[in-house]
Design a protein. Structure first.
Length: 172
């Protein structure tokens, strides 16, 4: 289980530190069935940021997302895996930072494809990537590479009780 090795309470109004389990549990419960849009920000070769909305799922305590090999995000990640992923979850806004690396393991691809299918996207594994009859236009044409975010830091700001703001740092 992904556990932070350090936390910092960022709340300026006296609220208690938020537990990582709050964000993690909502990710596990709401992906892929809730209507969530995740935004992945990568770094272009010239250092400028690039952001794109993606479909992401939390599977086996990790965040996975996809992108066609020709998309700007996939090209950026091939050169520099540093990225951040942001999402508004039920009761908490979350930003996750780390490195995203391509997944080619057949068992992991199949496990993640199965989770995507429970949410209505008919993903299947083809070779070392995912395919389906459709995807978001920003994903590019199939097949789609699958990426796993190695979490280094997350920041959560709770918009519902109990309120608060916390930074969680994860071991490298």
């Amino acid at each position: 289980m992904t556990k932070p090795h350090a936390t910092k309470n960022l709340d300026r109004y006296g609220s208690a530190e938020l537990p990582w389990s709050r964000a993690r549990d909502v990710l596990a419960e709401d992906t892929p069935t809730a209507d969530l849009t995740f935004f992945v920000t990568t770094v272009r070769p010239d250092g400028r940021p690039h952001s794109a909305g993606v479909g992401a799922v939390w599977v086996d305590d990790a965040l996975y997302f996809k992108g066609g090999p020709g998309t700007r995000r996939s090209r950026n990640l091939a050169a520099n895996p540093a990225c951040s992923v942001s999402v508004r979850l039920r009761g908490i806004d979350l930003t996750m930072e780390g490195e995203a690396h391509r997944v080619t393991d057949p068992a992991t691809l199949e496990r993640v494809a199965a989770v995507y299918r429970t949410g209505g996207w008919p993903a299947t594994v083809e070779g070392d990537a995912l395919t389906a009859p459709f995807s978001a236009p920003s994903a590019g044409p199939p097949p789609w590479h699958l990426y796993r975010l190695t979490l280094r830091r997350a920041i959560g700001v709770a918009g519902a009780e109990p309120h608060g703001a916390t930074r969680w740092d994860f071991a490298p």
